[in-house]
Design a protein around this ligand. Sequence first.
Ligand SMILES: *[C@@H]1O[C@H](CO)[C@@H](O)[C@H](O)[C@H]1NC(C)=O
Ligand SMILES: *[C@@H]1O[C@H](CO)[C@@H](O)[C@H](O)[C@H]1NC(C)=O
Ligand SMILES: *[C@@H]1O[C@H](CO)[C@@H](O)[C@H](O)[C@H]1NC(C)=O
Ligand SMILES: *[C@@H]1O[C@H](CO)[C@@H](O)[C@H](O)[C@H]1NC(C)=O
Ligand SMILES: *[C@@H]1O[C@H](CO)[C@@H](O)[C@H](O)[C@H]1NC(C)=O
Length: 427
Amino acid sequence: MKLIITFLVTAYISERCLGSRVLELSDKFSEIRKDGGQWLVKFYAPWCGHCKRLEPVWAHVAQALYRTNVRVGKVDCTRFTSLATEFGISGFPTIKFITSDNAITFHGDRNKDDIINFALRMAGPPVQEVLRPESLANLKNMNQLFFMYVGEQEGPLWVSFNNVAGQLQSHSFFYSCSKEIASAFVNFTTELPALFVHKENTHYFYPFDTNVSDPAHLNTSMYNWINEERFATFPKVTRGNINEILQTKKYIVLAVVEENKLQEIPPEMKEFKDMVESVILKNRDKYHRYFQFGWIASPELANSIAMQVLPLPYLLVLNSTTNHHHIPEEEDPFQMSPETLEIFLEKIYNQSAAVYGGNGLFVKIYRTYFETSTSLSDMWKGNPVLTSVLFGLPLMFLSLILYSICCADILDADEDEEEELLHEKKE
Ligand SMILES: *[C@@H]1O[C@H](CO)[C@@H](O)[C@H](O)[C@H]1NC(C)=O
Ligand SMILES: *[C@@H]1O[C@H](CO)[C@@H](O)[C@H](O)[C@H]1NC(C)=O
Ligand SMILES: *[C@@H]1O[C@H](CO)[C@@H](O)[C@H](O)[C@H]1NC(C)=O
Ligand SMILES: *[C@@H]1O[C@H](CO)[C@@H](O)[C@H](O)[C@H]1NC(C)=O
Ligand SMILES: *[C@@H]1O[C@H](CO)[C@@H](O)[C@H](O)[C@H]1NC(C)=O
């Protein structure tokens, strides 16, 4: 007993220490935000499971941002409903970056690094200037995806770059630097100004057409290019970021595998995942305009897209405009080779591959039915006792009510007897 109490107390203390960097906000926040300053705020409800899972992550986020200008807070929306209304909160948890006149919602995977990067992006100007070669070296070593403008800060490319950076500030890092700083790292094959994206230790240039004198066209074409390039070549796809990735308007090619709790993937699944990755690594020029590759570590997400329990490993291709999906014709995608995968992608691209799912009403209803029934059966497998209590209890009450309506007298008698027994025991 003493041991348990000691444990609880230390757990409580360590929780408090980490949590102390998080400011608990109240209705007064409406006024406080007007004083200026930058806030990263979590809107939550005490009963919500996702919020509970975010709690330790949030403590780490607050710790990491402690020395920056961004203050980290949380709002219990069940207590301060007016704040929830003011910020238009419709789901829990919601994370927002808030200044005196603006509130931007975080859309992405709720892990520590992604949340911190979101706050750091929003805390600065849309385009941050890199003034020292060492800073650029640091950026490259951080293995972070970023866009870099090189050259004089004037002209149509610069104007459009700032415009697009303003629109996508919450999603990507945008920098600028002089030719002198950049040329230590990059050989320029085109004239300056130039724009490139840095990812996975390499960089790709924006195909800048100097003939373009139409700013609207330049804005659109640059926006589209940045939108196409703003994800890693083979990212991990989760429920948090899949909607972002769908914004690329490409086909999303997903290797479906299963990770255990230690984030390990069994060897045969790893082999399949590597095979899929090798196709995009070898053929980037051919595919990256129209196909965004990635991998899914939680089969539930893939199952709910495909509306069936998929064997593992598996391959799933999503059409991001219609939300239709394609699955390989082979019984066993496990056997796929890079060659058969390429033929499959070709068929999808020339629209001769079979199409499933989509956004129709029937599909939506079926998806809801599928998700409910699988989560119920998962619940049963995971914890039969809890499931029977959850669903058995209402049934039991119903039968008790019916029973008491029919034979109230007998029930009363039983209760009396029980009470008597209790009295006897006490004596
Ligand atoms: C630029 O090209 C030269 C000659 O091809 C090469 O020696 C140098 O390492 C390259 N620099 C960078 C930063 O890639
Ligand atoms: C750009 O202009 C040059 C010279 O006027 C011309 O030769 C070239 O074909 C043009 N490129 C495009 C893509 O229009
Ligand atoms: C292109 O971006 C510039 C810079 O923000 C803006 O002034 C201009 O209106 C944009 N053009 C169009 C057509 O969106
Ligand atoms: C998705 O399907 C639509 C309709 O069949 C098609 O026009 C589009 O090219 C497909 N691909 C993507 C990536 O949206
Ligand atoms: C689509 O691509 C596949 C695979 O390359 C090919 O066999 C098929 O004939 C193509 N269909 C059309 C309509 O082009």
